[in-house]
Design a protein around this ligand. Structure first.
Ligand SMILES: *Cc1c(COP(=O)(O)O)cnc(C)c1O
Length: 355
Protein backbone atom coordinates (compact mmCIF):
# COMPACT_ATOMS: atom_id res chain seq x y z
CA UNK A 1 0.00 0.00 0.00
CA UNK A 2 1.25 3.43 -0.90
CA UNK A 3 1.52 5.96 1.96
CA UNK A 4 1.58 9.74 2.09
CA UNK A 5 5.18 9.43 3.29
CA UNK A 6 6.12 7.92 -0.11
CA UNK A 7 5.57 11.22 -1.90
CA UNK A 8 8.67 12.31 -3.80
CA UNK A 9 8.87 16.08 -3.63
CA UNK A 10 10.60 18.05 -6.39
CA UNK A 11 10.13 21.71 -5.47
CA UNK A 12 10.06 24.54 -8.00
CA UNK A 13 13.37 26.41 -8.39
CA UNK A 14 11.79 29.88 -8.29
CA UNK A 15 8.20 30.48 -7.21
CA UNK A 16 5.91 32.24 -9.71
CA UNK A 17 3.85 33.83 -6.94
CA UNK A 18 5.23 37.36 -7.39
CA UNK A 19 3.72 37.45 -10.91
CA UNK A 20 0.16 37.14 -9.54
CA UNK A 21 -2.05 40.12 -8.68
CA UNK A 22 -3.97 38.75 -5.71
CA UNK A 23 -6.22 41.81 -5.60
CA UNK A 24 -7.50 41.07 -9.06
CA UNK A 25 -7.96 37.33 -9.44
CA UNK A 26 -9.93 35.94 -12.37
CA UNK A 27 -11.54 32.52 -11.88
CA UNK A 28 -9.35 29.56 -12.79
CA UNK A 29 -6.63 31.24 -14.85
CA UNK A 30 -3.64 31.19 -12.50
CA UNK A 31 -2.15 28.01 -11.12
CA UNK A 32 -0.01 27.59 -8.02
CA UNK A 33 3.60 26.39 -8.18
CA UNK A 34 3.06 22.66 -7.65
CA UNK A 35 0.93 19.68 -8.65
CA UNK A 36 0.47 16.22 -7.21
CA UNK A 37 0.79 13.23 -9.54
CA UNK A 38 0.15 9.50 -9.07
CA UNK A 39 0.00 6.69 -11.61
CA UNK A 40 -2.15 3.58 -11.60
CA UNK A 41 -0.18 0.78 -13.28
CA UNK A 42 -0.53 -3.01 -13.00
CA UNK A 43 -3.43 -2.69 -10.58
CA UNK A 44 -1.70 -0.43 -8.07
CA UNK A 45 -0.96 3.21 -7.34
CA UNK A 46 2.65 4.21 -7.75
CA UNK A 47 4.99 7.15 -8.67
CA UNK A 48 3.46 9.43 -6.05
CA UNK A 49 5.08 12.83 -6.44
CA UNK A 50 4.72 16.58 -6.09
CA UNK A 51 6.34 18.52 -8.90
CA UNK A 52 6.32 21.99 -10.41
CA UNK A 53 3.04 22.68 -12.26
CA UNK A 54 3.82 21.94 -15.88
CA UNK A 55 2.42 20.60 -19.14
CA UNK A 56 1.74 16.90 -19.63
CA UNK A 57 3.12 14.74 -22.38
CA UNK A 58 0.41 12.53 -23.94
CA UNK A 59 0.18 10.09 -26.82
CA UNK A 60 -2.32 10.95 -29.59
CA UNK A 61 -3.88 7.55 -28.85
CA UNK A 62 -4.43 8.42 -25.16
CA UNK A 63 -7.83 6.84 -24.40
CA UNK A 64 -9.24 9.87 -22.55
CA UNK A 65 -8.92 12.08 -25.62
CA UNK A 66 -11.24 9.74 -27.52
CA UNK A 67 -13.64 8.11 -25.09
CA UNK A 68 -13.67 10.54 -22.18
CA UNK A 69 -12.84 8.38 -19.17
CA UNK A 70 -12.16 11.39 -16.95
CA UNK A 71 -13.52 12.62 -13.61
CA UNK A 72 -12.79 15.55 -11.33
CA UNK A 73 -13.58 17.25 -8.05
CA UNK A 74 -13.64 20.84 -6.84
CA UNK A 75 -13.02 22.08 -3.32
CA UNK A 76 -11.47 25.11 -1.69
CA UNK A 77 -8.90 26.14 0.91
CA UNK A 78 -9.44 29.37 2.84
CA UNK A 79 -7.14 31.51 4.91
CA UNK A 80 -8.05 33.10 8.18
CA UNK A 81 -6.51 36.57 8.03
CA UNK A 82 -6.04 36.98 11.78
CA UNK A 83 -4.18 33.78 12.57
CA UNK A 84 -2.90 32.92 9.07
CA UNK A 85 -4.46 29.45 9.42
CA UNK A 86 -5.48 27.50 6.32
CA UNK A 87 -8.73 25.52 6.33
CA UNK A 88 -10.25 23.07 3.86
CA UNK A 89 -14.03 22.63 3.77
CA UNK A 90 -15.32 19.01 4.01
CA UNK A 91 -12.55 17.34 1.94
CA UNK A 92 -13.74 13.88 3.05
CA UNK A 93 -16.98 14.51 1.14
CA UNK A 94 -15.07 15.28 -2.06
CA UNK A 95 -12.93 12.20 -1.53
CA UNK A 96 -15.98 9.96 -1.24
CA UNK A 97 -17.75 11.54 -4.17
CA UNK A 98 -14.62 11.23 -6.30
CA UNK A 99 -14.49 7.50 -5.74
CA UNK A 100 -18.22 7.19 -6.43
CA UNK A 101 -17.61 8.96 -9.77
CA UNK A 102 -14.63 6.62 -10.39
CA UNK A 103 -16.83 3.58 -9.81
CA UNK A 104 -19.44 4.80 -12.32
CA UNK A 105 -16.74 5.39 -14.94
CA UNK A 106 -14.99 2.02 -14.40
CA UNK A 107 -11.94 3.70 -12.88
CA UNK A 108 -9.94 2.55 -9.82
CA UNK A 109 -10.60 4.08 -6.41
CA UNK A 110 -7.96 6.52 -5.19
CA UNK A 111 -6.80 5.74 -1.63
CA UNK A 112 -7.26 8.32 1.13
CA UNK A 113 -3.47 8.50 1.61
CA UNK A 114 -3.18 9.91 -1.90
CA UNK A 115 -6.34 12.02 -2.19
CA UNK A 116 -6.42 13.59 1.28
CA UNK A 117 -2.83 12.95 2.38
CA UNK A 118 -1.44 14.13 -0.97
CA UNK A 119 -3.69 17.18 -0.97
CA UNK A 120 -2.45 18.33 2.43
CA UNK A 121 1.20 17.84 1.42
CA UNK A 122 0.54 19.91 -1.70
CA UNK A 123 -1.15 22.64 0.35
CA UNK A 124 1.76 22.76 2.80
CA UNK A 125 4.08 23.47 -0.10
CA UNK A 126 1.80 26.06 -1.76
CA UNK A 127 0.36 27.56 1.41
CA UNK A 128 1.41 31.09 0.36
CA UNK A 129 -0.93 30.76 -2.64
CA UNK A 130 -4.07 30.69 -0.44
CA UNK A 131 -5.44 34.23 -0.86
CA UNK A 132 -6.47 36.33 2.12
CA UNK A 133 -8.62 38.80 0.18
CA UNK A 134 -12.34 38.92 0.94
CA UNK A 135 -14.25 36.47 -1.29
CA UNK A 136 -11.02 34.83 -2.53
CA UNK A 137 -9.77 31.31 -1.90
CA UNK A 138 -7.56 28.58 -3.32
CA UNK A 139 -9.61 26.39 -5.63
CA UNK A 140 -8.42 22.77 -5.58
CA UNK A 141 -8.85 20.52 -8.60
CA UNK A 142 -8.29 16.77 -8.10
CA UNK A 143 -8.85 14.73 -11.26
CA UNK A 144 -8.18 11.36 -12.86
CA UNK A 145 -8.02 10.24 -16.47
CA UNK A 146 -7.23 7.15 -18.53
CA UNK A 147 -3.69 6.79 -19.87
CA UNK A 148 -3.84 3.62 -21.98
CA UNK A 149 -2.67 4.16 -25.54
CA UNK A 150 -5.22 2.22 -27.50
CA UNK A 151 -8.06 2.75 -29.94
CA UNK A 152 -10.90 0.64 -28.61
CA UNK A 153 -13.85 1.25 -26.31
CA UNK A 154 -13.03 -0.50 -23.05
CA UNK A 155 -11.89 0.65 -19.61
CA UNK A 156 -8.26 1.71 -19.57
CA UNK A 157 -5.81 -0.40 -17.54
CA UNK A 158 -3.75 2.63 -16.51
CA UNK A 159 -4.69 6.03 -15.07
CA UNK A 160 -3.20 9.25 -13.81
CA UNK A 161 -4.50 11.01 -10.70
CA UNK A 162 -3.50 14.61 -10.19
CA UNK A 163 -4.24 17.65 -8.04
CA UNK A 164 -3.41 21.24 -8.87
CA UNK A 165 -4.68 24.45 -7.33
CA UNK A 166 -5.71 27.91 -8.48
CA UNK A 167 -6.06 31.11 -6.46
CA UNK A 168 -9.51 32.51 -7.33
CA UNK A 169 -11.71 35.52 -6.75
CA UNK A 170 -15.50 35.59 -6.98
CA UNK A 171 -17.16 33.37 -9.59
CA UNK A 172 -20.13 35.65 -10.28
CA UNK A 173 -19.92 39.28 -9.25
CA UNK A 174 -23.56 40.09 -9.99
CA UNK A 175 -26.85 38.15 -9.63
CA UNK A 176 -27.51 35.84 -12.55
CA UNK A 177 -30.21 35.63 -15.19
CA UNK A 178 -31.16 32.02 -15.96
CA UNK A 179 -33.11 30.43 -18.80
CA UNK A 180 -35.31 27.39 -18.27
CA UNK A 181 -33.99 24.79 -20.70
CA UNK A 182 -36.89 22.84 -22.16
CA UNK A 183 -35.24 21.23 -25.16
CA UNK A 184 -31.77 19.95 -24.24
CA UNK A 185 -30.93 17.82 -21.18
CA UNK A 186 -27.94 17.64 -18.86
CA UNK A 187 -28.61 14.16 -17.48
CA UNK A 188 -31.17 11.42 -17.85
CA UNK A 189 -32.25 8.56 -15.64
CA UNK A 190 -29.64 5.80 -15.76
CA UNK A 191 -27.04 8.19 -17.19
CA UNK A 192 -24.03 9.81 -15.57
CA UNK A 193 -25.64 12.86 -13.95
CA UNK A 194 -24.47 11.99 -10.44
CA UNK A 195 -20.86 11.51 -11.52
CA UNK A 196 -18.51 14.47 -11.86
CA UNK A 197 -17.30 13.17 -15.22
CA UNK A 198 -15.91 15.31 -18.03
CA UNK A 199 -18.49 14.39 -20.66
CA UNK A 200 -21.39 15.86 -18.67
CA UNK A 201 -19.91 19.32 -19.07
CA UNK A 202 -19.02 19.00 -22.76
CA UNK A 203 -22.65 18.16 -23.53
CA UNK A 204 -23.93 21.20 -21.64
CA UNK A 205 -21.85 23.75 -23.57
CA UNK A 206 -23.99 24.11 -26.69
CA UNK A 207 -27.33 24.77 -24.91
CA UNK A 208 -25.56 27.15 -22.52
CA UNK A 209 -24.06 29.00 -25.48
CA UNK A 210 -27.54 29.42 -26.98
CA UNK A 211 -28.75 30.88 -23.68
CA UNK A 212 -25.82 33.37 -23.64
CA UNK A 213 -26.85 34.60 -27.05
CA UNK A 214 -30.31 35.30 -25.63
CA UNK A 215 -28.82 37.35 -22.81
CA UNK A 216 -28.79 34.76 -20.01
CA UNK A 217 -25.74 33.68 -18.02
CA UNK A 218 -26.88 30.25 -17.02
CA UNK A 219 -29.48 27.52 -17.58
CA UNK A 220 -32.10 26.03 -15.32
CA UNK A 221 -32.05 22.40 -16.40
CA UNK A 222 -35.29 20.43 -16.39
CA UNK A 223 -35.84 16.67 -16.34
CA UNK A 224 -35.08 14.69 -19.49
CA UNK A 225 -38.49 13.05 -19.76
CA UNK A 226 -41.01 15.89 -19.60
CA UNK A 227 -38.83 19.03 -19.35
CA UNK A 228 -41.12 19.99 -16.54
CA UNK A 229 -39.28 19.52 -13.24
CA UNK A 230 -36.35 21.70 -12.17
CA UNK A 231 -33.04 19.85 -11.77
CA UNK A 232 -29.97 22.09 -11.47
CA UNK A 233 -28.68 25.45 -12.62
CA UNK A 234 -25.63 25.18 -14.84
CA UNK A 235 -23.06 23.37 -12.74
CA UNK A 236 -24.76 24.24 -9.46
CA UNK A 237 -27.59 22.78 -7.47
CA UNK A 238 -30.54 25.15 -7.27
CA UNK A 239 -32.79 26.20 -4.39
CA UNK A 240 -35.84 28.38 -3.93
CA UNK A 241 -37.54 30.04 -1.01
CA UNK A 242 -41.26 29.76 -1.71
CA UNK A 243 -43.62 31.09 0.95
CA UNK A 244 -40.81 30.86 3.57
CA UNK A 245 -40.03 27.22 2.75
CA UNK A 246 -36.60 26.26 1.38
CA UNK A 247 -37.27 23.95 -1.58
CA UNK A 248 -34.82 21.99 -3.74
CA UNK A 249 -34.99 19.00 -6.07
CA UNK A 250 -34.13 15.62 -4.55
CA UNK A 251 -30.83 14.04 -5.62
CA UNK A 252 -31.00 10.55 -7.05
CA UNK A 253 -29.93 9.67 -10.56
CA UNK A 254 -29.77 12.88 -12.50
CA UNK A 255 -28.74 15.51 -9.96
CA UNK A 256 -25.23 15.93 -8.63
CA UNK A 257 -25.11 15.48 -4.86
CA UNK A 258 -23.54 18.84 -4.05
CA UNK A 259 -21.61 19.35 -0.84
CA UNK A 260 -22.67 23.01 -0.69
CA UNK A 261 -26.25 21.81 -1.22
CA UNK A 262 -26.16 19.37 1.69
CA UNK A 263 -24.39 21.92 3.92
CA UNK A 264 -27.00 24.61 3.19
CA UNK A 265 -29.89 22.21 3.85
CA UNK A 266 -28.38 21.04 7.13
CA UNK A 267 -27.76 24.56 8.45
CA UNK A 268 -31.25 25.68 7.36
CA UNK A 269 -32.79 22.76 9.26
CA UNK A 270 -30.66 23.65 12.31
CA UNK A 271 -32.07 27.17 12.12
CA UNK A 272 -35.59 25.74 12.24
CA UNK A 273 -36.40 26.63 8.67
CA UNK A 274 -38.87 24.40 6.85
CA UNK A 275 -36.95 22.44 4.19
CA UNK A 276 -38.47 20.35 1.40
CA UNK A 277 -36.53 18.09 -0.96
CA UNK A 278 -39.10 17.40 -3.62
CA UNK A 279 -39.78 17.81 -7.31
CA UNK A 280 -40.57 21.37 -8.36
CA UNK A 281 -42.62 21.77 -11.53
CA UNK A 282 -41.89 24.80 -13.66
CA UNK A 283 -45.59 25.82 -13.48
CA UNK A 284 -45.32 25.96 -9.70
CA UNK A 285 -42.26 28.18 -9.93
CA UNK A 286 -43.80 30.57 -12.45
CA UNK A 287 -47.03 30.79 -10.47
CA UNK A 288 -45.06 31.52 -7.26
CA UNK A 289 -43.08 34.21 -9.12
CA UNK A 290 -46.29 35.79 -10.42
CA UNK A 291 -48.09 35.90 -7.09
CA UNK A 292 -45.06 37.11 -5.13
CA UNK A 293 -44.45 33.87 -3.23
CA UNK A 294 -41.10 33.17 -4.85
CA UNK A 295 -38.93 35.11 -2.42
CA UNK A 296 -35.49 33.79 -3.37
CA UNK A 297 -33.74 31.64 -5.96
CA UNK A 298 -30.05 30.75 -5.93
CA UNK A 299 -27.52 28.22 -7.12
CA UNK A 300 -25.20 26.41 -4.70
CA UNK A 301 -21.73 25.09 -5.49
CA UNK A 302 -18.12 25.25 -4.37
CA UNK A 303 -17.04 27.69 -7.09
CA UNK A 304 -19.76 30.31 -6.50
CA UNK A 305 -20.92 29.22 -2.98
CA UNK A 306 -24.29 30.99 -3.34
CA UNK A 307 -25.18 32.57 -6.68
CA UNK A 308 -28.35 34.64 -6.48
CA UNK A 309 -30.75 34.37 -9.41
CA UNK A 310 -32.46 37.64 -10.33
CA UNK A 311 -34.39 36.66 -13.47
CA UNK A 312 -35.86 33.45 -14.85
CA UNK A 313 -36.64 33.21 -18.55
CA UNK A 314 -39.23 30.70 -19.66
CA UNK A 315 -40.85 30.45 -23.09
CA UNK A 316 -40.28 34.05 -24.21
CA UNK A 317 -41.28 35.48 -20.82
CA UNK A 318 -38.86 36.83 -18.24
CA UNK A 319 -39.84 36.72 -14.58
CA UNK A 320 -38.08 39.20 -12.30
CA UNK A 321 -37.45 38.05 -8.73
CA UNK A 322 -37.20 40.21 -5.58
CA UNK A 323 -34.12 42.43 -5.39
CA UNK A 324 -31.15 40.96 -3.48
CA UNK A 325 -31.44 43.63 -0.72
CA UNK A 326 -34.88 42.24 0.10
CA UNK A 327 -33.70 38.66 0.52
CA UNK A 328 -32.89 37.23 3.92
CA UNK A 329 -31.96 33.56 3.62
CA UNK A 330 -29.22 33.60 0.94
CA UNK A 331 -27.14 36.41 2.53
CA UNK A 332 -27.45 34.77 5.94
CA UNK A 333 -26.39 31.29 4.80
CA UNK A 334 -23.55 32.73 2.72
CA UNK A 335 -22.19 34.59 5.76
CA UNK A 336 -22.55 31.48 7.90
CA UNK A 337 -20.64 29.28 5.44
CA UNK A 338 -17.95 31.93 4.94
CA UNK A 339 -17.43 32.20 8.71
CA UNK A 340 -17.20 28.42 9.06
CA UNK A 341 -14.80 28.08 6.15
CA UNK A 342 -12.48 30.74 7.49
CA UNK A 343 -12.52 29.34 11.01
CA UNK A 344 -14.29 32.42 12.37
CA UNK A 345 -17.07 30.39 13.90
CA UNK A 346 -16.93 27.35 16.19
CA UNK A 347 -17.15 24.36 13.87
CA UNK A 348 -19.55 22.13 15.81
CA UNK A 349 -20.04 19.87 12.79
CA UNK A 350 -16.38 19.11 12.12
CA UNK A 351 -16.68 20.40 8.59
CA UNK A 352 -13.39 22.26 8.38
CA UNK A 353 -9.98 20.64 8.43
CA UNK A 354 -7.06 22.80 9.47
CA UNK A 355 -3.80 22.47 7.59
C1 LIG B 1 -19.79 20.19 -8.71
C2 LIG B 1 -21.23 20.37 -9.11
C3 LIG B 1 -22.20 20.89 -8.23
C4 LIG B 1 -21.87 21.48 -6.89
O1 LIG B 1 -21.31 20.59 -5.99
P1 LIG B 1 -20.50 21.15 -4.73
O2 LIG B 1 -20.06 19.92 -4.04
O3 LIG B 1 -21.45 21.96 -3.92
O4 LIG B 1 -19.39 21.97 -5.27
C5 LIG B 1 -23.53 20.88 -8.65
N1 LIG B 1 -23.88 20.44 -9.87
C6 LIG B 1 -22.97 19.96 -10.75
C7 LIG B 1 -23.44 19.46 -12.07
C8 LIG B 1 -21.63 19.91 -10.39
O5 LIG B 1 -20.73 19.47 -11.28
Amino acid sequence: MIATADIQIRPIATSRISTIDFNNLPFGKHFADHMLVADYINGEWTNLSIEPYEKLFLAPSNATLHYGQAIFEGLKAYKNTQADDVFVFRPDENFQRFNASAYRMCMPAVPEEIFIGGLFELLKLDRAWVPTQEGSSLYIRPFMFATDELIGVRPSDTYKFMIFTSPVGKYYSTPVRVKVEDQYTRASSGGTGTAKCAGNYAGSLHPTQLAYKQGFQQLLWTDAKEHRFIEESGTMNVMFVIDNVLVTAPTGGTILDGITRKSVLEVARDWGMKVEERRIAIEELIEAAQNGKLQEAFGTGTAATIANIIEIGYKEQVYRLPEIENRTFAPKILAELEDLRRGKKVDTKNWVVKL
